[in-house]
Design a protein around this ligand. Structure first.
Ligand code: SF4
Ligand code: SF4
Length: 404
């Protein structure tokens, strides 16, 4: 680091540590990719599927076709190449997602048990126009809140823009399996039904609310109980953003119809990990990023990772929820951590380079985006001023409601 360099610094707090988990922050749905990647590396596939599916009703589709902003953000890219987050999601969905129903009823049970079991009907109904990613997501979320949802789709197949994807990217059977799983929540799909201005007016009188989720401007949207979802799908935006928008609109519909608001809570805490027990995953640095093999005959399809390869790919995760927490009062600025860090992510710089007029002679800076969580700095510190601490980050977005 050059003497004259000025640094953009931040004193770590819980917000900061949360943002270290770059894959989760980057996912428009807030999926804890770290959680399922680590679970796969440890052979905990049921946990992995639950995490991958918890916030994403189209997890199997996303495993094949999402633009994967989580991988663009993955901190492992700063070491060599991002973790194969999306292909690992496919690995676990192929075993436990709705597409696994062909081989096992377990897959379907799980896909409905992971937060989407049949809810109590709340007596209200919503018409959804468009069965693309936004319409499917929205009807899934509303069905989980107890709404009777009827989805009107002008084509004779559900999926919208997803139907245009080649079989080699998104097999039609995978898409259909996810549509069917949403249907199991009681969502009714009416195909080959184009909804024009007149028909929309009728829907508004027959249902408690109507949502235009067709991905293009609707015929009429200024009625008080008519909403628009998935606008982000217009233009080149990847469909995952339309899904995120649809989830927000589902909440707006619920708030509008019930005068209640959904409660979302984030619970976070740091837990110290005893150093003698702290270990990085075996061979975390040995395996290169690897794509699953593809089969080209009779049609081109992506094969699943063999189990051992999936676990190796999962072990590449740096586990960005684990943090080196520095105790400024205990630190004597001896510089041992700076010397030992193999990634050279800790630096000791004059305080003035961080803040004009800083009183300290020197300060320690750390670039967490390149830290591999090896723990060497914590082990070498003579003053026990560095501890390894795991961040627990739990988000609850359940049907729990509170009156405004
Ligand atoms: S290294 Fe692991 S925890 Fe860190 S961003 Fe990548 S997948 Fe997420
Ligand atoms: S844990 Fe400490 S020594 Fe290891 S890479 Fe991170 S900062 Fe460097």
């Amino acid at each position: 680091m050059a003497e004259s360099q000025q640094f953009k610094t931040r004193k770590p707090d819980l917000d900061y540590y949360s943002h270290n988990v770059a894959c989760r922050v980057a996912c428009p749905l807030g999926t804890d990719a770290r959680g399922y990647v680590v679970a796969i590396s440890e052979g905990r596939y049921l946990d992995a599927y639950r995490i991958a599916r918890a916030r994403n009703p189209l997890a199997s589709v996303c495993g094949r076709a999402c633009s994967a902003p989580c991988e663009d953000a993955c901190n492992r890219r700063n070491i060599d190449a991002p973790v194969s987050i999306r292909d690992l999601k496919t690995f676990v969905c192929q075993q436990l997602g709705p597409e696994a129903l062909v081989d096992s009823h377990y897959g379907l049970e799980l896909s409905t048990a992971s937060g989407s079991a049949h809810p109590e009907p709340n007596g209200m109904s919503v018409a959804v126009v468009g069965a693309g990613p936004a319409g499917l997501t929205l009807s899934h979320d509303l069905a989980r809140l107890g709404y009777r949802c009827v989805v009107f789709e002008e084509k004779n197949r559900a999926g919208g823009q997803l139907c245009a994807m080649p079989e080699s990217v998104l097999p039609a059977a995978v898409l259909q399996a996810e549509v069917d799983a949403i249907g199991l929540l009681g969502v009714e799909l009416r195909l080959a039904q184009k909804i024009g201005r007149e028909a929309l007016g009728e829907l508004e009188s027959q249902f408690d609310a109507a949502v235009l989720a067709s991905g293009h401007p609707g015929p009429h949207v200024d009625a008080p109980s008519t909403f628009v979802a998935g606008n982000a799908a217009i233009g080149p935006e990847p469909f995952i953003y339309a899904m995120a928008n649809a989830q927000q609109v589902a909440r707006q519909v619920h708030e509008h119809l019930t005068a209640q608001t959904l409660e979302e809570r984030t619970c976070r805490a740091l837990t110290p990990i005893p150093l003698p027990a702290y270990r990085m995953p075996v061979n975390w640095d040995v395996y290169p990023r690897q794509k699953p093999e593809r089969m080209t005959e009779p049609v081109e399809v992506m094969l699943s990772y063999p189990e051992v390869v999936a676990q190796q790919q999962g072990a590449r995760c740096l586990r960005c929820d684990i943090n080196t927490v520095f105790d400024a009062d205990a630190c004597t600025m001896c510089g041992l951590c700076v010397e030992i860090c193999p990634e050279q992510v800790i630096a000791m710089v004059p305080g003035a380079q961080v803040r004009a007029g800083a009183g300290h002679v020197a300060v320690l800076l750390k670039d967490d985006s390149k830290c591999t969580r090896c723990g060497l700095c914590a082990r070498i510190c003579l003053e026990d001023a560095i501890s390894m601490q795991a961040l627990e980050h739990v988000e609850e977005i359940t049907c729990h409601t509170r009156v405004k």
